[in-house]
Design a protein around this ligand. Structure first.
Ligand code: SF4
Length: 382
């Protein structure tokens, strides 16, 4: 089992922003989902591929043996092979682009205890070349894109790496990289060592508050993965306050207010579903949640033996053509898993199209280009 630091880098958004969350979270069980387990397997595959190339010592025979073991895992999927190749290709081209031959460490334990009590984590890859230190993080998730800009997890790894190598190399610049191949997200961000150490000072202050359970509860995006999110009073109060918007003059909202409330209400939907999930688990555990209970949900009828039933229907005089659905192709994402992303795009280059997406509202920081349906005078004339 992997050991986790109390002041973990992956949870740092929470304990840095909402310092009392650290102690509150410890009252709740940590549940690891299958997604997390899938990520662990993908990391192990990525580690083997990177180690074979950079660290040597793993011959083709041992590499094959390692891969065969991974392929036996119930969470293994051929697309894992391709996505870990994408990660490995990124590492390879980064190292080739650096001056001279870089120092490379794979799955390196980095300790940032100097700034956050007993804090440590594992950096997927570290490269040092000249005065630059690179921290590369492989993200296997495809739910939310993760970016390196001001990413506290990567900055903590950067601090830990600096603690390990700062006395050996004259490091002046830090580059943080996120490789999230399932979302086609390959991004990097640089900062100076002075900026990183300034962040370290901030970490020192916030981590001692967190350990002592001091500071104010602060609600924000970081609540998303908090173990206390369903029952945290601060979050509840914030959302209830929002739900009961007080009198606003004039009678209609300005676009500025719409933007502001939308921002604040982002959490409301999530909070309600967190409450539902929590109330269901409490009811199932036999604990009363005032006014609510758990029941068996609606379900659809199911045929237990399709072939057997088809025979009965044919025997009763129905033709196969009318009792079977027409043959249809698998979804593109399933075909992609089967064939491979690049290969499928090549095979279907004349037949796969991407229709225009439905207009969607996102935050200003989103990397996609803004659209409007305002027609310019020039377009109207043409
Ligand atoms: S839910 Fe949010 S506000 Fe509440 S403890 Fe967790 S991080 Fe802090």
């Amino acid at each position: 089992m992997t050991a986790h630091a109390r002041l973990s880098a992956s949870g740092s958004q929470r304990w840095l922003n909402c310092t009392p969350s650290l102690l509150l979270e410890e009252e709740f069980e940590d549940t690891t989902s299958d997604f997390a387990k899938e990520g662990t397997l993908a990391h192990a595959v990525a580690e083997l591929k990177a180690s074979k190339y950079f660290l040597k010592g793993i011959g083709p025979k041992n590499f094959k043996k390692g891969m065969d073991i991974f392929k036996q895992d119930e969470l293994w999927n051929p697309e894992m092979d391709r996505y870990t190749d994408d990660y490995f290709d990124y590492l390879k081209s980064l190292s080739i682009g650096l001056i001279g031959r870089p120092y490379v460490a794979i799955e390196k334990k980095v300790e940032y205890g100097e700034w956050a009590d007993e804090g440590f984590g594992t950096a997927d890859c570290i490269m040092i070349s000249g005065d630059a230190l690179h921290v590369i993080d492989f993200k296997y998730g495809k739910g939310v894109p993760v970016y390196p800009e001001e990413n506290t997890q990567l900055m903590l790894y950067g601090l830990g790496a600096y603690a390990s190598y700062g006395f050996l190399y004259d490091i002046k610049q830090i580059y943080l990289h996120v490789v999230q191949p399932r979302l086609d997200n390959f991004s990097s961000w640089g900062l100076t060592i002075d900026e990183l150490l300034k962040f370290g000072e901030y970490v020192k202050g916030q981590s001692s508050k967190a350990i002592a359970g001091e500071g104010d509860f602060k609600v924000g995006e970081h609540c998303r993965f908090c173990r206390a999110k369903a029952v945290c009073r601060a979050r509840a109060e914030e959302n209830i306050k929002l739900a009961g918007f007080t009198k606003i003059e004039p009678k209609t909202l300005t676009n500025e207010e719409v933007g502001k409330y939308l921002f604040q209400a982002q959490d409301l939907k999530k909070w309600v579903s967190d409450l539902e999930e929590y109330a269901l688990s409490e009811s199932l555990a036999g604990r009363e949640v005032l006014g609510w209970k758990a029941v068996e949900g609606r379900s659809n009828r199911k045929i237990t033996d399709e072939l057997g039933f088809a025979e009965i229907l044919v025997g009763a005089g129905f033709e196969e053509a009318v009792i079977y659905k027409p043959k249809s192709l698998e979804t593109l994402s399933n075909l992609e898993k089967l064939v491979g992303k690049k290969e499928l795009a090549e095979l279907g280059k004349e037949l796969i199209i991407k229709p225009q997406g439905k207009p969607t509202l996102v935050k200003l920081g989103d990397k996609r280009e803004a659209i409007t349906n305002v027609i310019s005078a020039e377009e109207a004339f043409s």
